[in-house]
Design a protein around this ligand. Sequence first.
Ligand SMILES: NC(=O)c1ccc[n+]([C@@H]2O[C@H](COP(=O)([O-])OP(=O)(O)OC[C@H]3O[C@@H](n4cnc5c(N)ncnc54)[C@H](OP(=O)(O)O)[C@@H]3O)[C@@H](O)[C@H]2O)c1
Length: 266
Amino acid sequence: MNTQRISVLGLGSMGRALASTLLKAGHEVTIWNRTPGKAGDLRARGAREAPSLEEAIETSDLTLACLLDDASVRETLTPAIGKLTGRTLVNLTSGSARQARELAGWLAKNEVRFLAGGIMAVPPAIGTDEAFILYSGPRDLFDHVAPVLASLARPHWVGEDHGYAALYDMGALSGMYGMIAGVSHATALVDAEGGDVGTFIREVLHPWMKQMLPLMFAEPDPGESNAEMQATGLETMISTSQEAGVPGDLTGHLRAALWEMRRAAA
Ligand SMILES: NC(=O)c1ccc[n+]([C@@H]2O[C@H](COP(=O)([O-])OP(=O)(O)OC[C@H]3O[C@@H](n4cnc5c(N)ncnc54)[C@H](OP(=O)(O)O)[C@@H]3O)[C@@H](O)[C@H]2O)c1
């Protein structure tokens, strides 16, 4: 693979993992972060820290953005949009399909070649075989940059519509948060009624979820677990939760817990 000049905007946990993996693959990596001092060991390993966003963009053939959310991408790129004209941007920041389409429209007006991405991995998995990244946007642009993107994770193109990477990403997150919400709800329920949560997780919940996961993607057999039985079972689970004072809405407990953790960390 040819060495490429690549700039990474954003040095949060994911941006650092991306920059680190690109360095490992032998690319010339320029890094930029809104708040200085987040480069860790990247500079010692050969990354060049750009003194400004504009220089980060100008230095490279390809710019990857990995910021918090769509608003931070807009806020960051707006003052430097002229520098991106005629260049390629890959946005690996999570967002919604509508946000990706609106970003694509704005970038097209400014003659920026653009792929939208959705990362299907946690930072330590970047550069490993299990990681993959969804991309949407022009197929010829994807084919052009795929060899570089492949050093990060298996690149998987999902369509010309720039919204699709975000759509599938959020769909996958819905599945993931559904599982996390279920586990969070289950342990809250057992805890509320005085059960031993550790034993419950080890001996019941974990083996049960392992048994259920493959069935979720199998053709349902109505003779085995019919709809009436399932609907009644779900209502019983909800009424058991209500009796224990745990929100029957599966996401309710997880959302409250995450907001509490966020408040505590602030
Ligand atoms: N971590 C994961 O497991 C994971 C997995 C898949 C996808 N992702 C996605 O990857 C993206 C980055 O995640 P992360 O884990 O790296 O998050 P993070 O550790 O919280 O880092 C956030 C980054 O965004 C920057 N930022 C925030 N607001 C900004 C603004 N208004 N203007 C400019 N920069 C701003 C931060 O810069 P400062 O240092 O200046 O605050 C930092 O570089 C997110 O969209 C996330 O959904 C993450």
